[in-house]
Ligand binder design. Structure first.
Ligand code: ADP
Ligand code: MG
Length: 307
């Protein structure tokens, strides 16, 4: 059970990157060589179907995410973005198909993976301090008996500093603003020093300056070879700050360079009737409001066409 197979030297292989070939691998279109993609990937899904009760949320998802990726998952409300992250984190089991994370089944390498849930789903009434929450990121490294030591406390302070929350260690988490809570959760992920970040809407509801700061942090992690996968509602951020984008709508619609998401065909396939167009050709989504109804005054179109 506990054989220490390092997937970096066993299941996967290294060879010089041929970027043209990489692009081909990332285009999930049936022509991909799945064995090759899998050998390269930190995260690998093959024909995965999953759902809740008897309702399918995701179908036929085939995907390989390479180490060092800075990947945005986009798609309308209910598209299955959070479900996909939970599948990779091992929190939701697939109905069919296969998933490997760091060369193992999901959950096996939990100490090397930091998962940050969507902030709305967290019980903020729980009486814990910011420092407690961030220290939770260290728990997988501590083992069952070890208590946090100086090194762990240093990691917590460092992570809080990185996200601009230094000095908040003793503050009750319930007293923070939404944006501050997201930063604390990101600090928890950072101080876990994981190889894979799975972040559910880490920048939603944060002011633009903090968003930029957090994206700088994530970009730095990706540059160090960490794999960063984040869902986002913000297509501009996805296009400008991420390197890759995965558009989903119950299955993979498109996967490739971040600029893909500005392609009207991709947008139409991903968002269908949820697209809306503002003056000057800017395209935004009703999804950004976090509910299923359109805000007053929003103009929708339900078919592609020249307007
Ligand atoms: P997204 O994050 O893209 O908004 P989700 O992955 O949260 O999408 O949801 C995908 C689908 O699965 C939706 O139809 C949603 O209602 C359903 N769903 C998500 N979580 C649950 C759950 N815990 N129980 C039942 N249905 C769920
Ligand atoms: Mg979600």
């Amino acid at each position: 059970m506990t054989q220490s197979l390092d997937p970096r030297t066993t299941g996967r292989h290294a060879h010089p990157h041929d970027h043209a070939r990489d692009r081909q691998l990332r285009t999930v279109d049936g022509t991909v060589d799945p064995g090759h993609a899998r050998a390269h990937a930190d995260i690998w899904l093959h024909e995965v179907t999953a759902g809740y009760g008897d309702r399918e949320a995701l179908g036929s998802v085939t995907l390989a995410i390479e180490p060092g990726s800075l990947l945005a998952i986009v798609g309308p409300n209910g598209a299955g973005k959070s479900t996909l992250l939970k599948l990779i984190a091992g929190l939701v089991r697939p109905w069919h198909g296969r998933i490997e994370v760091l060369g193992s089944p999901p959950g096996r390498e939990a100490h090397r993976i930091a998962y940050v849930p969507q902030a709305e789903l967290v019980d903020w009434g729980f009486p814990v301090t910011v420092g407690d929450v961030v220290m939770m990121g260290r728990f997988p490294r501590l083992g069952p008996i070890r208590r946090p030591g100086r090194e762990d406390r240093r990691a917590v302070d460092e992570a809080l500093e990185k996200v601009g929350m230094a000095g908040f260690g003793g503050t009750q988490i319930g007293r923070l603003s939404g944006g501050q809570r997201r930063r604390v959760f990101l600090a928890r992920a950072l101080c876990a020093e994981p190889d894979v970040f799975l972040l559910d809407e880490p920048v939603t509801g944060i002011d633009p300056t903090s968003q930029e700061d957090l994206m700088d942090l994530l970009e730095a992690e990706a540059r160090r070879g960490k794999t960063v996968v984040a869902t986002t509602h913000d297509l501009a951020t996805a296009a400008q700050r991420f390197h890759l984008v995965l558009a989903i709508n119950h299955t993979v619609v498109a996967y490739g360079p971040a600029s893909l998401i500005l392609d009207p065909d991709v947008l139409a396939r991903a968002y269908g009737g949820h697209l809306l167009v503002l003056g000057g050709g800017a395209v935004v989504l009703d999804d950004a409001h976090h509910h299923d109804d359109a805000a007053p005054g929003e103009v929708h179109f339900h078919e592609r066409g020249d307007h």
